[in-house]
Design a protein around this ligand. Structure first.
Ligand code: PLP
Length: 462
């Protein structure tokens, strides 16, 4: 339990310090321009402190963080090992340009290569997930001499130029036209099958037939890469059916296309694997990562590159780079992340808590909540898909152009927050994505709060 908080001058304040809170609010509302928001319509909650799975506002209200912020805070708030690693690194060497070698940058790259599948042995570091995808696409385009990239509808690949074009959800709309060499296809999503499938096997097979048709109609010889979130994240925690990703791999091999796995959200333990592709028996050519690599303590992302693609650049200069590529403070936190994962058995506990606590609990809710259409996920990454009617499967919140939350979802969010839980709610879904260090008691308490909040959703269901 945290009793007080400290400002940046080291002054200690007790919760409820209205002057301090007002100062933070005034600076924010006066001068901070926020992402994805109509600036006059938002009221960001000032956060005073965080510890492990909990954070506190200035009034001292505690929130159990069931969102891991933006599904990046895998080791929770203020993890002492990560904080220490950053402090120690800051005392040794704070920054160094990318063309020089550096101990933590090299160690982190080696450790990532060791847990990556197949021959993915080199790492290009970026500042986050979107630029990792930008660079993966650039590598694929250079290495193949082709330009087009295919990505899924219902995907998110980041907010920058090509990354937002790759994105297959409404966040792309207002940013068009941008990168015109991107085409979209439908991925497997049995609950809302684009292929009228009734089983996962059918969904998988038909989604692959559809993808092959898209490849042929777009022109196989023009396609540099296919990019896929291994488990679709913000668009619904869509776990691919068995056979789908290996099938994508086969199509890529057949047509000389590079397979990019976007693991920005699911990499580094979210589903109990270093990389989620490891559980689907598939080896992509490029894997992009960010978020969990160091829990976002210092911005970091990157591309893990197969020998085949990295060797293309042995004698051809790679045309790209970033001043902060492999920033020592970020990499020091990344190396500490590996040490904590190994010492504390993080991957094992994620698999255990997912299978033993979350899955049986939320599957049990299907019986009693009229608004619950489907639950799906893995590890500490789940979605509850809410519907007006389980017969028609009409989403509790229809998509709209502004991407704003309609009333039922806002009411569910309020119910969760009032009970001390910070939820991750997107369109008609409540996602469950707590820090991987959450205790079993906290996890069960959070699930109880969501269970109760779903009665609000039920009142909107028919
Ligand atoms: N790819 C996926 C799958 C993501 O979930 C995200 C962010 O949520 C990104 C890419 C973009 O990452 P960033 O916000 O670090 O640029």
């Amino acid at each position: 339990m945290v009793e007080s908080f400290t400002d940046r001058r080291g002054q200690v304040h007790s919760f409820g310090d209205a002057v301090e809170e007002q100062r933070v609010r005034a600076d924010d509302r006066g001068h901070v321009f926020h992402s994805w928001s109509a600036q006059a319509r938002i009221n960001p909650l000032p956060i005073a402190a965080g510890k492990s799975s909990t954070f506190w506002d200035y009034e001292g209200n505690a929130y159990l963080d069931f969102s891991s912020q933006l599904v990046n805070l895998n080791l929770g708030h203020q993890h002492p090992d990560l904080v220490r690693a950053i402090q120690e690194q800051a005392g040794r060497l704070t920054t160094i340009q990318p063309s020089m070698a550096n101990d933590v940058r090299g160690e982190l790259a080696r450790r990532i290569a060791e847990v990556a599948p197949g021959d993915l042995n080199k790492v290009f570091f970026t500042n986050g997930g979107a630029d990792a995808n930008e660079y993966a696409v650039r590598m694929a385009r250079q290495a193949t001499g082709r330009r087009k990239v295919l990505s899924m509808y219902r995907s998110y690949h980041g907010g920058t130029a090509t990354a937002i074009s790759l994105t297959g959800d409404p966040r792309r709309w207002a940013n068009e036209p941008s990168d015109s060499s991107v085409a979209h296809f439908f991925g497997p999503y049995l609950y809302r099958s684009a292929f009228h499938a009734t089983t996962q096997a059918e969904e998988s097979q038909r989604a692959l037939e559809h993808l092959e048709n898209v490849i042929l109609l777009e022109g196989a010889s023009t396609i540099a890469a296919i990019i896929i979130e291994t488990i679709v994240g913000t668009n619904g925690v869509l776990v691919p059916p068995p056979g789908y990703l290996p099938g994508v791999r086969m199509l890529c091999d057949k047509y000389g296309i590079i397979y990019i796995a976007d693991e920005v959200m699911v990499g580094f333990g979210r589903v109990g694997e270093w990389f989620a592709v490891n559980s689907f028996d598939v080896v992509p050519d490029l894997i992009t990562f960010a978020k969990g690599v160091n829990s976002g303590y210092v911005p970091l992302g990157g591309v893990v590159i197969s020998d085949r693609i990295s060797s293309f650049f042995d004698d051809v200069a790679f045309p790209g780079g970033l001043t902060y590529s492999g920033h020592p403070l970020a990499c020091a936190a990344g190396v500490a992340t590996f040490e904590v994962f190994e010492r504390d058995g993080i991957l094992e506990r994620v698999r255990d808590l997912g299978a033993r606590v979350i899955e049986p609990t939320i599957r049990g809710w299907m019986e009693k909540h009229a608004s619950l259409g489907e639950v799906r996920g893995s590890g500490l990454f789940w979605a509850l898909e809410l519907v007006r009617s389980t017969e028609t499967r009409e989403p509790l919140v229809p998509f709209n152009a502004a991407g704003t939350e309609a009333k039922p979802m806002a009411e569910i969010a309020s119910a969760c927050k009032a009970a001390g839980l910070w939820p991750f709610i997107h369109f008609n879904r409540v996602h469950i994505a707590p820090p991987l260090v959450i205790s079993e008691d906290e996890l069960r308490r959070g699930l109880d709060i969501i269970d109760e909040a779903l009665t609000v959703a039920d009142s909107f269901a028919v």
